[in-house]
Ligand binder design. Structure first.
Ligand SMILES: Nc1nc2c(c(=O)[nH]1)N[C@H]1C(S)=C(S)[C@@H](COP(=O)(O)O)O[C@H]1N2
Ligand SMILES: [Mo]
Length: 553
């Protein structure tokens, strides 16, 4: 009979749900425990990070292109989905053999623990969240299985055997058709009344069990979040004023050109690119920076040591190598920090044979910076402040690096913990291992912010505007616009802050009806011009002209 089959598969679904619920309890409680120590030891985050590390570069590129900054959400979502599907299978196993189901969940936790152990510098305590998951997940499944059996199989509640004509009754676990909470009570009339009271008590126990488990999972997850937020507050940090201040930022074209990128990017709007799933929760109090490797003496600095050094303030435009032509991964901010050369001088690098500075973040993630450009006199900074405040956690609190003219992946280490003077022959950083360029100067680029691609415009004067950058190449000294592949003509430039900062530009274009192509290019102060040659971000940054189509009606 079809309905019977349907009822049967519904019954299976309940067991699958037990598996999922058990896993959520384990994950939720583990997440909460992890939040008190190192949040990255949470099994979900550890597995997510391990998956990110193993994702081939082209696929990562594709994810960033397709999902933008939501790439992590999509990734964690897929990992979670996979885990929940496996948990559902464990739940189904538990229908006949609860222990087997519990063992299935244990295998999942073991995998997560493996991912935690893969992290650099692991301590025994890092396994605590996994241990919590290993105990609470399988235990929840066993308890739910027991309660389910008691609630659906009266013979467990009393010794009486329910008379039944159901042919599947030879299978002991199949007798649960009658009172399974997910199905209608079709055969209970056949159950002797003597057992029905204890059955309904057991049913209540089952419901209670499910309720408690759901609450545990939810409370665990929420606690994790709340504890994480309370532990560290960058807003509690007061930064001293710079001894070497940046000149007042000139008024940009923000008010003059509708839709143009603001001259300074507010912290909340600043692009974020990193390999992290979560934001590391660091405290400035116990933060230290170690400078080691091929130096005269190893040095360890505290946050206060850093603040006591000469602080400089600079407007610098940061750019991500993953930014495609016309893309959003670029931002301009006012950074406060100590000169990298001053910090290196404390350790002594006059006689070093190093050709790279290998920086390590709180999790052991590494970024390598070629020593030469980092120490050639440009404003390479160990940064503590962004736009007048402590660094936001997303952008590296308490300390990060920023170096003008080099893409972020070879210069802008967030959550910085260590600088090691070494050679490329000896050590390879995260992205170097993945084939990205070692020396990666930012390519001169111009972007059209307004009008948007495929916009429908009224004929007449149209303002075309955007930003251009040419860090460490003398800054932007000219921007040119071309309509329908015609002659290049000069755009009007916004003010210049310094040659490490981007510049806004605009032109007034007398637009005639029809569809038109607008292209832009930038000229740099060192006499070079933007390359029109198309290149993808991998391995050393995109190039090519930003050109878009609009319709004038
Ligand atoms: N620790 C750490 N630092 C990092 C990264 C990272 O993944 N981990 N990503 C780098 C990259 S690729 C860029 S472009 C910049 C981006 O900095 P933002 O997120 O503050 O804009 O940070 C760099 N610093
Ligand atoms: Mo980047």
């Amino acid at each position: 009979m079809r309905t019977r089959r349907l009822v049967r598969s519904l019954r299976h679904l309940v067991w699958a749900a037990y598996g999922v619920l058990a896993t959520l309890v384990g994950i939720g409680l583990a997440h909460a425990v992890a939040a008190f120590g190192d949040p990255a030891t949470s099994p979900v985050l550890a597995v997510g990070s391990a998956v990110i590390d193993r994702t081939p570069t082209p696929m990562k590129e594709w994810a960033i292109r397709t999902f933008g900054s939501a790439d992590k959400v999509v990734l964690v979502g897929s990992v979670m989905l996979g885990v929940l599907v496996l948990s559902a299978l464990a739940g189904l196993l538990a229908r006949r053999r609860p222990w087997l189901g519990a063992a299935g969940l244990l295998v999942l936790v073991a995998l997560a623990a493996g991912a935690v152990l893969e992290r650099p510098e692991v301590g025994a305590l890092d396994l605590l969240p996994s241990l919590v998951a290993a105990i609470t997940g399988p235990l929840t499944l066993l308890v739910l299985a027991r309660l389910h059996r008691a609630a659906t199989n009266p013979s467990i509640a009393t010794t009486a055997t329910a008379p039944t004509t159901d042919p599947s009754a030879t299978d002991p676990s199949a007798t649960d058709t009658s009172t399974d909470p997910s199905t209608t009570d079709t055969t209970s009339t056949k159950t002797p009344t003597s057992t029905s009271t204890s059955t309904s008590a057991s049913r209540r126990h089952l419901l209670l069990g499910v309720g408690v488990a759901t609450a545990l999972a939810a409370v665990g997850g929420v606690t994790g979040r709340i504890v994480g937020r309370l532990r560290l507050r960058p807003e509690d940090v007061t930064l001293p004023a710079a001894t070497d201040r940046a000149p007042t930022l000139p008024r940009g074209l923000d008010d003059q050109v509708d839709g143009i990128t603001p001259f300074r990017t507010p912290n909340g709007d600043f692009y974020r690119v990193d390999t992290r799933l979560d934001v590391p929760i660091l405290s400035a109090d116990d933060w230290t920076l170690r400078i080691d490797g091929d130096v005269e003496r190893e040095v360890t600095l505290t946050f206060d040591d850093l603040l006591e050094m000469d602080l400089v303030e600079r407007d610098i435009t940061l750019t991500c190598v993953s930014n495609s032509v016309g893309g959003p991964y670029v931002g301009g901010a006012r950074w406060l920090g100590v000169r990298l050369v001053d910090v290196l001088a404390l350790a002594g690098i006059a006689n070093t044979k190093a050709d790279q500075i290998l920086s390590t973040d709180v999790d052991g993630m590494t970024i390598s910076t070629p020593l030469e450009p980092a120490t050639d006199g440009r404003d390479a900074l160990i940064v503590v402040g962004m736009n007048g405040r402590a660094l936001p956690r997303e952008h590296g609190f308490p300390v990060r690096m920023v170096i003008p003219g080099l893409y972020g992946f070879v210069s802008a280490t967030k959550w910085l913990r260590r600088l090691t003077l070494t050679t490329y022959a000896e050590r390879e950083a995260y992205w170097t291992k993945r084939g990205w360029a070692k020396d990666a100067p930012i390519k001169t680029s111009a972007r059209i912010d307004t009008p948007r691609a495929l916009a429908k415009l009224d004929a007449g004067d149209v303002v075309v505007g955007g930003v251009a950058w040419a860090q460490a190449r003398g800054g932007v000294t000219g921007v040119q616009v071309r309509i329908d592949g015609g002659e290049w003509f000069a755009a009007q430039l916004g003010p210049e802050a310094n040659d490490s900062y981007w510049r806004q530009w605009f032109v007034r274009w007398p637009a005639e009806p029809g569809s038109h192509r607008i292209a832009v290019r930038a000229l740099a102060g060192d006499g070079s011009e933007q390359s029109g040659e198309r290149a993808e971000p991998y391995p050393s940054g995109s190039s090519g002209l930003h050109e878009l189509l609009v319709t004038v009606g």
